[in-house]
Design a protein around this ligand. Structure first.
Ligand code: GDP
Ligand code: CA
Length: 319
């Protein structure tokens, strides 16, 4: 079975680990979000790609959900001693090595997709991880700070400001001119099923869908497309997804997110059992829906979610 998954960081990575356990023999291609990418200290940092790579490769800081296990922060302290920031973005010593290798390879002329493949040679995530594009796309968030409207990099909004001010708009800068990375459209065309993990619908999955050609390829693939809600009980399970949903005019409910993707894209949608009351509304919107436990409390729970998603895909296929 060939499965394509559109993934952000933590939500995507934890789901993928469950998917690997549920169907170890499946051929899984992950299309990763690169809208979160940022240049720091002269280095190219790809937080979502790395979260997927470290999580599936066994190097993740489990508790935090991002960054490396057994991490130290000497380099950051030394930089701070020189007065060199930013100090609000957590980069550990082990993690730095990844960004150095990546930046070196990019500087030598390799596209990000080739660099990601090379990094995965070490981590062996057990999936094919492809960035959504080799072109530069940067998610910016329009905010009002002290009466002044300005656009900040997504990481500045998310990490430094902790989404504490309302997001007025979310713009994937550069997306319109970007092209899907090599292998992305091919994987979609050859997929038996396409999954949207419980990743952020705006700044993770939404950014991937903003790369011209990807949304159209998924909608026209002719195979089941099934998603899992990152919103449980009218709130994001983790993080501040409600803030960026508000910016695109979508309420923070499992049903509203399903309708935001729409029946033109989604065939099936899983909501948590606490949101069972919204199943009817979602099915009325033309999306087949089931309520099942959606909390990734451990690997087995994530694997069960993956099985439910694949079962719903088979149900949709049988229609
Ligand atoms: P990020 O790039 O690290 O923010 O990660 P993603 O975009 O892949 O996923 C973030 C989303 O995952 C958040 O909106 C959370 O609500 C969602 N999420 C995290 N853990 C869980 C979980 O256990 N269950 C569900 N349903 N969603 C989750
Ligand atoms: Ca992210």
């Amino acid at each position: 079975m060939r499965i394509v998954v559109l993934a952000g960081g933590i939500g995507g990575a934890r789901f993928l680990r469950g998917l690997k356990q549920a169907v170890p023999d499946a051929d899984v291609t992950v299309i990763g979000n690169t809208g979160d990418d940022i240049h720091l200290f002269g280095l190219k940092v790809c937080p979502d790609l790395d979260t997927v790579m470290y999580t599936l490769g066994g190097g993740i800081d489990e508790e935090q959900g991002w960054g490396r296990a057994d991490e130290t922060f000497h380099l950051k302290e030394e930089l701070a001693a020189y007065g060199v920031g930013p100090d609000w973005f957590g980069l550990g010593d082990r993690d730095f090595a990844t960004h150095i290798v990546r930046t070196q390879m990019l500087g030598a002329g390799y596209p990000l997709s080739a660099v990601t493949e090379a990094l995965c040679d070490r981590w062996k995530p057990g999936v094919r991880l492809i960035p959504m594009t080799d072109d530069r796309v940067e998610t910016h968030v329009a905010v009002e700070v002290d009466g002044e409207r300005k656009a900040v990099h997504f990481q500045e909004y998310w990490v430094r400001l902790r989404a504490s001010v309302p997001a007025e708009a979310v713009v994937p800068v550069g997306a319109e001119q970007s092209k899907p990375a090599p292998g992305v459209l091919e994987a979609i065309a050859e997929a038996d099923v396409i999954l949207f993990p419980p990743s952020n619908p705006v700044v993770s999955v939404g950014t991937i869908l903003a790369v011209p050609g990807i949304r159209e390829a998924i909608a026209g693939a002719g195979v089941p497309v099934v998603g899992l809600s990152p919103i449980v009980g009218d709130a994001p399970v983790r993080g501040m997804a409600d803030k960026v949903l508000a910016a695109v005019g979508v309420e923070s409910t499992a049903a509203a997110v399903a309708e935001h993707y729409g029946s033109g894209l989604l065939d099936g949608w899983l909501v948590d059992t606490v949101d069972a009351g919204s199943v009817e509304r979602i099915e009325t919107a033309g999306i087949r829906c089931r309520a099942v436990p959606l909390m990734m409390t451990d690997l087995d729970a994530a694997a069960q979610m993956a099985r439910e998603a694949l079962a719903l895909a088979e149900e949709v296929r049988g229609v």
